[in-house]
Design a protein around this ligand. Structure first.
Ligand code: PTJ
Length: 249
């Protein structure tokens, strides 16, 4: 990997790009993940490559919803496995969630490689290999999940999710937390809690909030979830992107 100087103004963004490239080389990330990364980078650039206040509010509401959940599950695809494996394991531990590999471009080989990768980063148990249940309304590949994982979950975190699947999961009555840099994507528009932030910032931020809220009374957590205004958050993100924030080249 080319050395990226720390003082490069966009060092973090360039490192993120290299992690996706390495993920493709390792057979973890799908080649289409490179295109998804490019789209994400464009939105992130316009957001100023930082967590805007409405995204931080969404991250806090997400932490509260995960702490309130009976069975929270974090869905892992090829992009997030390459970008934030340690951070996903930490979030799962902080909120008592399962990790489930769930792929848009599903192959058994890639599921196994991602599960191994997460275990190398400290995950005790990784779901997704059973594939013994189906999300109603989706074709076989895209709808396959684990019966004791996403199928059974009441709260699901779906980073960089495809719109059809986000809608189908919401139709099952699950509380959906989506991480997507595009506030206009169907996934963000469908989510109970849309987090318009880069997954590399969003996942550690949700963990930080969860640690701060651990042990809080249920009523306090419920107040945080109920007080989150998804429409206002989506509007603020879109307004910020349309205006564009200055990021040095
Ligand atoms: O590993 P698989 O087979 O499950 O495939 C995963 C990808 C991401 C390739 C697949 O779901 C896909 O093609 O996604 P899309 O339709 O390109 O959507 C990706 C969305 O995520 C876009 O709205 C991007 O703006 C957004 N995005 C990309 N990178 C990030 C991001 N959002 C947050 N953080 C990022 N780093």
């Amino acid at each position: 990997m080319t050395e990226i100087p720390d003082d490069h103004p966009r060092a973090e963004s360039l490192r993120t790009r290299h992690r996706i490239e390495a993920g493709v080389e390792a057979g973890i990330t799908h080649p289409q993940g490179l295109i998804a990364e490019g789209r994400g980078e464009a939105f992130d650039y316009l957001l100023g490559e930082e967590t805007i206040p409405s995204a931080d509010a969404a991250e806090r509401a997400a932490a509260a919803a995960l702490l309130l959940a009976d069975h929270p599950v974090l869905s892992v695809n090829g992009n997030v496995a390459a970008l934030v494996p340690d951070e996903l394991v930490e979030l799962a531990e902080a909120v008592g969630a399962d990790l489930e590999v769930n792929l848009f471009n599903r192959t058994d080989g890639r599921i196994e490689r991602i599960a191994d990768h997460l275990r190398e980063h400290g995950a005790a148990d990784v779901k997704g290999l059973a594939g013994d249940a189906a999300i109603p309304g989706l074709d076989h590949g895209r709808g396959t999940v684990d019966a004791d994982g996403i199928y059974d979950a009441d709260v699901v975190v779906v980073p960089l999710e495809d719109g059809d699947r986000a809608e189908a999961l919401a139709a099952m009555g699950k509380t959906e937390i989506v991480v997507d840099l595009n506030p206009l994507s169907r996934s963000a528009q469908t989510a109970a809690i849309p987090i318009v932030d880069n997954v590399v910032r969003a996942v550690p931020n949700v963990t930080r909030h969860a640690r701060a809220l651990a042990g809080a009374p249920r009523e306090d957590l419920e107040r945080i979830v109920d007080g989150f205004d998804r429409e206002a958050a989506l509007r603020e993100a879109e307004r910020t992107i349309r205006r564009g924030r200055l990021v040095e080249e």
